[in-house]
Design a protein around this ligand. Structure first.
Ligand SMILES: Nc1nc2c(c(=O)[nH]1)N[C@H]1C(S)=C(S)[C@@H](COP(=O)(O)OP(=O)(O)OC[C@H]3O[C@@H](n4cnc5c(N)ncnc54)[C@H](O)[C@@H]3O)O[C@H]1N2
Ligand code: MOO
Length: 401
């Protein structure tokens, strides 16, 4: 049996990014920059007023002196006329400072009197001017390869007029669910039948990780169907199969993958649920064979597949942060494997508390897990008040009301 840490180490050592592509700026959001980028020009591009007010030569401004206001410089002015000595110009935020001027005084610090203006306080040279290149010098590195592009990065890239951005390509992830008991979404299952929910659950999880799912349909329990659909799946950047791994009479997946030349990397991970997970690789395509039980499928995806996908997408942070939390409910784990439970976690008086756990193996309704609790593999009983490690799936749901 392979520990979770060993399993992730083994697969992460075998995968890299999936190549890079140039995409329109907004399509780069949520993705990872694939090259260092430099500023094509200074920002600001010229000395700019930071306030609505008056632009002056600071040496002209003395208490009690009224300066005639001779010019108006709105934002969008491209070539402001030089400011004559001993005059002021009315200037708007974002407008270029006229040649000769060296300060801006905001309206609220000026006294207007007809067509003249005076300044009760001393005017400091350079005040309220954003100087050319003071934020970013042309040619300077603005973002480094490996940066996650969020709204702030989009703001910077747009200011530098980057309409097209190099990012790591999204892996295409083939999803193949196996089993004679499966029926398609939208049909009511009869006795012995189960809706193929894993295909959609996995596709959603793949999308949440930032990759592109491709549902291949259902492989019935014949070798030929397995071989045909697995061959198709091996053409993707990553292949996930669901069910048929546990050595039952019809569990065909691992045998078919071996026949197709997939190199096995590990089989059975010391986690529960999700233990009967296998991983292999063919060429650059990792193959994860996850157990069919829906809650086990999701936990195995979260702990094994997601970090792999994040590495392929170019992320540096591959694992979710872990937080200590206090149990409010008892929990049990069968020693020998890391116990993993989907839970509802909440902040109570500033402390993270685990309020509700899902029963093993199934869906409990209504139940919205926002975290996974990790139960140490050498212990069996966990009581209210015990500290456990928690891994957030959705921190926003943990906020106190
Ligand atoms: N003799 C043993 N039997 C089992 C063991 C074991 O160690 N020895 N382990 C159990 C555990 S733990 C798990 S998890 C499952 C894993 O089984 P498989 O991955 O081979 O999957 P199946 O047996 O085909 O299905 C399990 C369960 O999941 C449902 N299922 C399957 N596919 C889907 C799907 N696409 N969408 C929704 N639900 C699905 C299926 O109907 C079964 O109920 O093995 C235990 N057995
Ligand atoms: O691994 Mo099974 O995954 O415990 O339900």
């Amino acid at each position: 049996m392979t520990t979770l840490e060993e399993a992730t180490k083994i697969i992460l050592a075998r995968v890299g990014t999936t190549g890079c592509e140039r995409v329109p700026l907004l399509d780069a959001q949520g993705r990872i920059l694939a090259e260092d980028l430099t500023a094509p020009y200074d920002l600001p591009g010229w000395d700019t007023s930071a306030m609505d007010g008056f632009t002056v030569r600071s040496c002209d401004c003395h208490a009690g002196v009224n300066l005639p206001v001779r010019s108006f410089i709105p934002a969008g002015t491209t070539a402001p006329a030089p400011l004559e000595a001993s005059t002021a110009g009315r200037i708007m935020t974002g407008a270029p400072i006229p040649p000769g001027a060296d300060a801006v005084v905001p309206f609220e610090e000026a006294q207007e009197d007809g067509d003249t203006v005076s300044f009760p306080a001393a005017v400091r040279k350079g005040s309220h001017i954003r100087f050319q290149g003071s934020e970013i010098a042309g040619g300077a590195t603005i973002l480094r390869r490996g940066t996650l592009i969020g709204a702030h990065q989009v703001s910077l890239l747009a200011s530098c007029s980057k309409a097209v951005v190099p990012v790591y390509r999204k892996p295409r992830v083939a999803i193949l669910c196996t089993g004679d008991e499966l029926v398609e979404l939208g049909t009511a299952p009869g006795t012995g039948q189960v809706v193929n929910s894993n295909a959609f659950a996995l596709a959603a999880a793949v999308r949440e990780a930032g990759a592109v799912p491709e549902i291949l349909g259902i492989a019935r329990d014949t070798r030929d169907q397995h071989l045909a659909l697995l061959t198709q799946g091996l053409g993707a950047d990553l292949l996930i199969t669901s069910a048929g791994v546990c050595g039952g009479d019809r569990d065909l997946v691992r045998g078919a993958l071996s026949d197709l030349g997939v190199e096995p990397l590990f089989w059975i991970v010391a986690i529960r649920p999700g233990g009967p997970s296998a991983c292999g690789i063919k060429g650059n395509t990792p193959v994860f064979s996850l157990p069919g039980t829906p809650s086990a499928t999701m936990i195995a995806f979260e702990l094994l597949v997601r970090p792999t996908l994040l590495k392929m997408l170019g992320h540096r942070t591959l694992f979710r942060r872990r937080f200590p939390a206090t149990l409010n409910v008892p929990m049990r784990n069968r020693p020998g494997a890391l116990g993993v439970e989907a839970v509802q976690a909440r902040f109570v008086a500033g402390r993270l508390v685990i309020e509700k756990a899902r029963t093993r193996g199934g869906h409990n309704a209504p139940f919205t897990p926002n975290a996974l609790v990790l139960l140490a593999q050498e212990r069996s009983d966990f009581a209210p008040g015990d500290q456990v490690e928690t891994l957030f799936l959705d921190p926003s749901l943990a906020m106190e009301e």
